[in-house]
Design a protein around this ligand. Structure first.
Ligand code: FAQ
Length: 310
């Protein structure tokens, strides 16, 4: 046991990868299952706010783009559930835990999409925040998660670009379109900052996850990176970020910004966000409606394996 622990510690210290067949401490495995499952659930629940606009896209081109993005998110969920399964858990159990409220998904997907500008703003801000958070996960110490993240990040950067491009088109349009974009930015800015998790002083998992090379930066470091990246993009777009305290700090070589409303964040995590109940009810319904597909697929797989055995 000591030998196994030493080997694990040496692998982490050398910044190398842990693979599914390697020995790992139970707490490391549990942390990964928690984070990867939460991440997978976020991708799947994250299809709902955008899916809401699929039948109301303003043109065939916008519809094709949105459809492709939502499909990519399903794919990301699948890669991530597969990565979680290499840790000895079952995807069906993870889904059960999600719909029973025993596992989390990102707070951001508990907010409603009220206009088509939200589609652009989700791409720009939500995918932008996701990229900031996820690029360092490509160097995560657990091999299957790191490899899944490389592919996911490539697709996320397309998602971000499509959002920005949609907003640019709207900002070059009518006054009403510009107002729609600004109203959407006003609603999504603060929830996007919450995606990075609680402030470092209130983040119980960060220290250990960084020691294991799962996380590479703290929540506040990544949040700062996101603010610094987004401020010039907002200027180029011609929108105002709804925080009067944003200003360049010469000394820190970073932007100062206002305090996030952590009471709202905690309420959303506790289930009291605007769409928590709706998101889970919808996921539960989709799962129940898909029961016949799973049964048919299992029956077919069993029939095939009997054929092979015969
Ligand atoms: N929402 O100690 P920490 C996407 C929980 S992007 C809900 O700091 P940790 C792409 C946390 O789980 C979104 N819960 O935790 C897309 C913990 O509770 P627990 C998904 C949150 O793990 C775009 C407690 O608070 N991305 O889907 C949140 O070290 C557009 C204490 O927090 C990922 O999941 C939150 N925002 O750091 C799809 C990235 N923040 O579990 C569709 C991978 C914290 O102990 C459309 N995950 N909590 O009960 C991570 O990087 C980390 O897990 C953090 C949290 C940074 C989210």
């Amino acid at each position: 046991m000591d030998d196994l622990q030493t080997r694990f510690d040496e692998t982490i210290a050398a910044d190398q990868r842990i693979e599914p067949r390697d020995w790992m401490p139970e707490a490391y495995r549990k942390t990964l299952v928690r984070q990867i499952a939460q991440h997978a659930h976020s991708e799947i629940i994250g299809m709902q706010p955008e899916g809401n606009w699929l039948l109301r896209a303003p043109s065939l081109r916008r519809k094709a783009i949105l459809l492709a993005k939502v499909q990519d998110e399903a794919g990301h969920g699948m890669y991530l559930y597969s990565a979680a399964e290499t840790l000895g858990v079952d995807r069906a159990d993870l889904t059960e835990m999600l719909i029973e409220g025993r596992q989390r998904y990102s707070s951001i997907f508990n907010y409603p999409t009220l206009s088509y500008a939200d589609i652009g703003v989700i791409g720009w801000l939500v995918d932008g925040a996701a990229i900031c958070n996820q690029v360092p996960l490509c160097r995560c110490s657990y091999g299957p998660y790191a490899r899944a993240m490389i592919r996911i990040c490539k697709e996320e950067s397309f998602h971000q670009r499509q959002g920005y491009e949609l907003l640019l088109a709207m900002m070059r349009g009518t006054d009403a379109q510009r107002a729609m974009v600004q109203e959407s930015v006003d609603r999504w800015w603060w929830p996007s900052l919450m995606m990075f998790g609680p402030p470092d002083g209130d983040s119980p998992n960060t220290q250990q996850s960084m020691a294991w090379n799962i996380k590479r930066h703290t929540n506040d470091e990544l949040r700062q990176r996101f603010v610094d990246m987004t401020v010039p993009q907002a200027e180029a777009l011609g929108v105002t970020l709804p925080d009067p305290e944003i200003r360049w700090n010469e000394e820190r070589q970073a932007h100062d910004y206002g305090e996030v409303d952590w009471t709202e964040f905690k309420a959303v995590l506790a289930g009291a966000g605007p769409c928590n109940a709706q998101r889970i009810a919808h996921r539960r319904r989709a799962h129940e409606n898909g029961a016949w597909v799973r049964e048919a697929a299992t029956a077919y797989a069993e029939k095939q394996s009997r054929k092979v055995a015969a």
